[in-house]
Ligand binder design. Structure first.
Ligand code: C2E
Ligand code: MG
Ligand code: MG
Length: 594
């Protein structure tokens, strides 16, 4: 508070009365002067414009009578408080006349040397609106309108506080859409977005229908519920907080309702698709004392639900922790493993049923991590794909396999087909065909002896690079096989559009031969279909004589499986390879083999 009397201005600086009056009138903020008794003694034009009348007329009831009663209470704007200089700054809603809407104003008060006070009044409505828009952007997910991770954290902390007070458990449901990546990869990202929006809508409806959950809205920050809600954490991950439970098991009811809501097909880009989800449930306080631990436990439980095939829920239990820690550890070990060359290949022979000889081998990557533990590719390939490591790993696999194929030929074995699995992530890369061409050149292997196994999701991927890459690979003379046939979307039109030569029947169907009539019918149908489309067929996972006989009778030309051989080290495969009756002198490869 300035006390001008302590430092009087020199005479030559004191503005004359008229100039002072003009300045007072023209200043853009509202200025109201109060006398020592708290009555309004003067106001400028801006104050009159803001208030719609001369504030002198409200002298009787005091300045506080202009403000919203709630704000008067919150900011302690009791009559006299401003005039006495007790309030330096207050933010409150102000109204011009009774029927006008409230507007937000900032009041700053300071004492004057004569014992009165000066109030500066500023309309801050648009500032507050801008701030609330920014807050909405910062706290809500633009695609679904649901609270984002930030707001989720705030809400869950408040929910925990509340449940602590009322001494009731609370559950956190962590949802992840099953095979969402496949939808994104095959139908494109905009279809993925449509699906996410639909899922969010169904979640709202499913959760709102419940009695055990607080009402949920995505509305403005001002309206948001503090204690429970749905959030989108990012990607295809959603969370639902279920507060005030009578019993932790009640959360299962909500999970079932969500699973049910998502079980109807979704219409995305004119196609009906099924999108189930996996739900992990963590209960406060047992599975985590704060939001961070609770979220981690729910995430772990979600992975468990996923590993049981998805479309289900799982409650967290402490034995599960190992799995998620392992997943994180695997990713960093994978990176290290690539640098330290911990990977090697094994080769599984594929037998021609007519000649009884090995006609091809499938290269399968193997990894012994830093501790010498073998990790299954079914576990680490998806992590390598997600972490973007598959490109380097895939290049290593291709290079090693091509060099090995060429080395066998050089050692006098008959040329056989080298089949190599290639991930959709590799095919999406620009330059993939050039790098395969380079690897063939360096290894000295003819393109016709290399076959790439692609999955159905590669064929359906919207990325234009993939169709172009597949076309160019075919021009180079590289063979293409469709792996795990029957487990994906099995689009028959894609089969015709792409230059595929071979189908590999997934081993899950072969396993049912001799046991399940439906699997036998499916295998027969796939072989018949392949014949009609002039495609070759390899049956994977043949383990019994009965399966081999059944498949040979159908006209399935090549068989692969433990019945004939497990995947073996290169040196062990050699003994099974046919000798080349007429070895041809081949030019030496331009690059040294490993
Ligand atoms: P896949 O391409 O379908 O490979 C066949 C899998 O079936 C191999 O598992 C093989 O060991 C297994 N298998 C073969 N015969 C039998 C049998 O008679 N019974 C049973 N139960 N299993 C049999 P593996 O080596 O564990 O590989 C799993 C999957 O990992 C592969 O499935 C493939 O999708 C992927 N993978 C392996 N190596 C690579 C690679 O270098 N690159 C990429 N992108 N994926 C790879
Ligand atoms: Mg394969
Ligand atoms: Mg396969």
């Amino acid at each position: 508070m300035n006390d001008d009397s302590a430092h009087p201005l020199p005479d030559r600086c004191r503005p004359d009365e008229a100039r002072y009056q003009a300045l007072f009138e023209q200043v853009s903020c509202g200025v109201i002067l109060l006398g020592p008794d708290g009555r309004v003694v003067a106001s400028n034009a801006s104050a009159r414009r803001l208030l719609g009348h001369a504030p002198e007329s409200i002298a009787e009831s005091g300045i506080a009578s202009l403000c919203h009663p709630e704000d008067v209470e919150r900011e302690h704007l009791e009559p006299g408080a401003i005039a006495s200089g007790m309030i330096a700054r207050a933010v409150c809603r102000v109204k011009r006349v009774a029927e006008d809407p409230w507007f937000w104003a900032e009041l700053s008060a300071s004492r004057l040397p004569d014992g009165g006070a000066q109030i500066i009044l500023r309309d801050i409505t648009s500032e507050r609106e801008a701030a609330s828009r920014i807050r909405n952007l910062a706290y809500f997910d633009a695609l679904t309108g649901l609270p984002n991770r930030e707001l989720f954290r705030e809400q869950i902390d408040k929910a925990i506080e509340r449940c602590r007070r009322v001494d009731k458990p609370m559950a956190l449901l962590f949802l992840d859409i099953d095979r969402f990546k496949m939808v994104n990869d095959s139908l494109g990202h905009s279809s993925g977005d449509v699906l996410l929006t639909e899922v969010a809508d169904r979640l709202r409806a499913a959760v709102r229908g419940g009695d055990s959950i607080g009402r949920l809205t995505q509305a403005s920050a001002a309206q948001r519920p503090a204690e429970s809600g749905i959030s989108r954490l990012g990607g295809d991950e959603f969370t639902v907080v279920v507060a005030d439970l009578e019993h932790p098991q009640d959360a299962a009811r909500v999970a079932r309702r969500i699973l049910h809501a998502l079980s109807r097909p979704f219409l995305v880009s004119g196609q009906e698709i099924y999108a189930t989800c996996s739900i992990g449930i963590a209960v406060w306080p047992d599975d985590g004392a704060n939001s961070e631990f609770l979220l981690r436990s729910a995430d772990v439980a979600m992975y468990h639900a996923k590993s049981r095939g998805g479309a289900t829920y799982a409650f967290f239990n402490s034995n599960m922790n190992l799995t998620s820690t392992r997943r994180l550890a695997l990713e960093s070990q994978l990176r290290r493993g690539l640098e330290r060359e911990e990977f090697h290949l094994v080769y599984q022979p594929i037998r021609d049923t007519r000649t009884g000889k090995v006609s091809a081998v499938e290269a399968l990557v193997r990894w012994k991590d830093g501790n010498g533990q073998a990790v299954s590719p079914a576990e680490f390939i998806p992590i390598a794909e997600e972490a973007g490591l598959i490109v380097d790993l895939g290049a290593f696999v291709l290079r090693t396999a091509c060099r090995q194929a060429r080395a066998w030929q050089d050692a006098g074995y008959a040329p056989i087909r080298m089949s190599v699995n290639i991930s959709v992530h590799q095919l999406r890369r620009t330059g993939i065909v050039d790098s395969i061409d380079q690897i063939l050149f360096e290894s000295g292997l003819e393109a016709g002896h290399l076959e790439l196994e692609i999955t159905e999701s590669s064929m359906l991927d919207a990325n234009p690079n993939i169709a172009a890459a597949i076309g160019r690979l075919r021009e180079l003379g590289v063979g293409l096989a469709l792996d795990d046939f029957g487990t994906g979307f099995s689009s028959l039109s894609a089969l015709q559009r792409f230059p595929i030569e071979r189908l590999k029947i997934d081993r899950s169907f072969v396993a049912g031969v001799g046991e399940k009539a439906s699997d036998e019918a499916l295998v027969s149908a796939i072989v018949a279909l392949a014949n009609r489309l002039s495609l070759e067929v390899v049956a994977e996972g043949v383990e019994t004589e009965e399966q081999a006989r059944f498949l040979a009778q159908l006209g399935c030309r090549e068989l692969q499986g433990y019945l004939f051989s497990r995947p073996l080290a290169a040196a062990d495969v050699a003994s099974q390879l046919p000798r080349d009756p007429k070895p041809v002198a081949r030019p030496a490869p331009s690059d040294e083999a490993d």
